[in-house]
Design a protein around this ligand. Structure first.
Ligand SMILES: NC(=O)c1ccc[n+]([C@@H]2O[C@H](COP(=O)([O-])OP(=O)(O)OC[C@H]3O[C@@H](n4cnc5c(N)ncnc54)[C@H](OP(=O)(O)O)[C@@H]3O)[C@@H](O)[C@H]2O)c1
Length: 298
């Protein structure tokens, strides 16, 4: 059985669907079974309850799994909510350590961790540092593992590019925070799911691999391509980050905060990846941006 921790989320759902195509027996670990059960069962997977904030819940969650895939984050991502323990440090670093140790103790044969491109111990941003230290926790267990570090992922169910699609649908312009020059390597969700499916193979390569799409583009170019695929190019309206940051300073106090000043930085940073080693090790194909968008935006 393959346990996908976070299999009810954006990346996790795509991974479960892909694994089910191969006929794999898949269970999904969820911390919110009331909310996610129906969604998980609709994917043809069974439900395992487990919460990385509650270490005691993890041994039962991983029991009997041959492989664990971890693709989870806190519910208010990328906006931290400290009062609930929803922080990058708590989930990406400490939570990864807890789940990886539970998997090692349970005799799991292989562990695939969906981290993030740019993970580094001295990275300027907390999310990149927390991912790195989570990777280190996994490496320290001695488990056979693959770390996959995606850049910016897009697809029919993403919450990033689809926000701009909604703006494009309803507004005469598309607002963009910042100068639109941040460099991205958007990677299609199906390609990430394929890479994870290849990485779960028991005797396959191990190690740490970045994955990004074949196009290195600016945010403005991503949005123009999206509009061209949708058949109508509208003007881009660049908004100084200070404005959403000021709004985020207030909105972060809400129970489900939609924005915070650090989240604005998160959303306007570069996201690049060197996919060469992953292509060499696992050989998935990477879909060009226009082609990926055309599969669902026409
Ligand atoms: N999306 C991207 O572009 C991108 C790019 C690079 C890296 N990543 C990384 O990939 C990972 C997944 O991202 P995503 O976009 O798929 O996130 P997502 O859609 O928000 O899904 C998050 C998942 O985490 C689970 N979860 C929430 N709280 C939990 C807890 N306490 N214990 C265990 N599981 C919990 C949720 O399941 P329940 O609600 O059922 O508990 C959900 O399935 C993140 O670490 C993210 O940083 C994402």
């Amino acid at each position: 059985m393959i346990l996908v921790a976070g299999g009810s989320g954006f990346i996790g759902r795509a991974v479960v669907r892909r694994l089910r195509v191969d006929g794999a027996e898949v269970a999904v670990m969820t911390a919110h079974p009331d909310r996610s059960r129906r969604r998980i069962e609709a994917l043809g997977a069974t439900v395992r309850v487990g919460d990385v904030q509650d270490e005691g819940s993890l041994p039962a969650a991983v029991r009997g799994a041959a492989v664990v895939v971890q693709t989870l984050t806190f519910p208010t991502f990328p906006v931290e909510k400290r009062s609930k323990g929803y922080t990058f440090e708590a989930f990406d670093h400490i939570g990864t350590g807890r789940l990886a140790r539970a998997a090692a103790d349970a005799g799991v044969g292989r562990y695939v961790f969906v981290s993030g491109s740019g993970a580094a111990p001295d990275a300027p941003t907390v999310w990149h540092r927390a991912k790195w230290f989570g990777e280190e926790e996994l490496r320290a267990t001695g488990l056979s593992h693959v770390v996959i570090r995606p850049s910016w992922i897009y697809g029919p169910e993403d919450r990033a590019l689809n926000r701009f699609v909604t703006f494009h649908r309803w507004l005469p312009f598309v607002p963009v925070v910042g100068d639109g020059r941040q460099r991205l390597q958007p990677v299609f969700i199906d390609d990430v799911a394929e890479a994870v499916a290849l990485a779960v193979e028991p005797h396959g390569p191990t190690g740490t691999f970045e994955i990004g799409g074949p196009d290195v583009v600016t945010m403005d170019q991503v949005l123009r391509t999206m509009m061209e695929v949708r058949g109508k190019v509208k003007p881009l309206l660049h908004i100084a980050p200070i404005l959403p940051k000021a709004a985020g300073a207030v909105l972060q106090l809400l129970p489900k905060p939609p924005l915070s000043p650090p989240a604005v930085d998160f959303l306007t940073g570069d996201a690049l990846a060197e996919s060469g080693p992953l292509l060499e090790a696992f050989g998935p194909t990477l879909t060009p941006l226009r082609e990926g968008l055309a599969t669902y935006l026409h």
